[in-house]
Design a protein around this ligand. Structure first.
Ligand code: C2E
Ligand code: CA
Ligand code: CA
Ligand code: CA
Length: 278
């Protein structure tokens, strides 16, 4: 099931769909989508390489559109950001994720969960207040939640980002730097941000076991991140030799199609139950 669903989602990312009238109609439909429960969350496991267990998942938003089919985030996240709908959309994802984490914990298979934050939300006081409310009401510890933030979000206003991320962290939430390596930041700069985790972008991970340049980059990033006390996640792991390489250099966690595609909550629950029975 998982593989075919993943493939279906891949079909709806065409850039020719990005014309203005189409964007406007999607934007209009987005409000209804949130209200009608068309916004769904797929979960992709992160494998802990020290224990070989799934201890964490990333929440990836999907839109089950009544006529257009399953829509990938690339198609509507930028529209939501431009059209002022990203707060509502992200809250819907956060609420769904908290509910699913609660259910998995109640079933005796607890995992931590990560939600992606758009750059605009990092410095939003309104969003911060809404997150605080949701976290105070949640039936899981705040430390079970991570926010993934991209480098560019932090780079536009480093001091502001540091303060905002610090405020999230004061709530007990973990902070992860997403897509590391694709932006301009250096690890010495990252040192100034309140971070718990660093995710190395798929573009470097993919060929780390075959390309010497990528290998040097990934290995030195793992070492330096550890020096800074950060956990390291490699994203986009698609084959076994890549995973073996990551293991050999002491990378903490791996995420990618080799381990699992993003899957619906019920499929993830099954994965967790199977692993628990072993
Ligand atoms: P991301 O945060 O870098 O998420 C990882 C993306 O890579 C996901 O695509 C995932 O399905 C895909 N992926 C995972 N493993 C592999 C692999 O082994 N090989 C390949 N080729 N791809 C892999 P997806 O779900 O289409 O999400 C795309 C982007 O949309 C995400 O990139 C993230 O930046 C954004 N996004 C997703 N959900 C949300 C959300 O709730 N809020 C915001 N603001 N952005 C979101
Ligand atoms: Ca992410
Ligand atoms: Ca990422
Ligand atoms: Ca990425």
């Amino acid at each position: 099931y998982a593989a075919s669903a993943g493939d279906a989602w891949q079909l709806h990312g065409g850039s020719d769909e990005g014309d203005l009238s189409n964007e406007l109609s999607l934007l209009g439909e987005l409000d209804d989508a949130v209200a009608n429960g068309e916004i769904e969350v797929a979960y992709q496991p992160k494998l802990d390489l020290a224990t070989d267990r799934i201890t964490s998942v990333e929440a990836l938003v999907r839109w089950r559109h009544p006529t257009r089919g399953y829509l990938r985030p690339d198609l509507f996240i930028p529209i939501a950001e431009k059209g002022g709908r990203i707060t509502g959309l992200t809250l819907a994802v956060l609420e769904r994720t908290i509910a699913d984490l609660e259910a998995w914990a109640a079933a005796g298979t607890p995992v931590t969960g990560a939600v992606n934050l758009s750059a605009k939300l990092v410095a939003s006081r309104e969003f911060m207040g809404l997150v605080r409310e949701r976290i105070e009401r949640a039936g899981i510890a705040p430390s079970m939640l991570t926010f993934e933030v991209t480098e560019s979000a932090a780079m536009t206003d480093p001091a502001g980002a540091a303060a905002a991320l610090g405020a999230f962290r004061a709530l007990g939430v973990r902070i992860s730097m997403d897509d590391y390596g694709t932006g301009q930041s250096t690890l010495s700069y990252l040192k100034q941000l309140p971070l718990d985790e660093l995710k190395i972008d798929r573009s470097f991970v993919q060929f780390a076991h075959t390309n010497r340049g990528d290998a040097v980059l990934v290995r030195s990033t793992v070492d330096l991140a550890h020096e800074l006390g950060l956990k390291v996640v490699a994203e986009g792991v698609e084959d076994a030799p890549c995973l073996a390489y990551l293991r050999s250099i002491g990378c903490d966690m791996a995420q990618g199609y080799l381990i699992s595609r993003p899957v619906p909550a019920n499929a993830l629950a099954e994965l967790l139950a199977i692993q628990d029975a072993q």
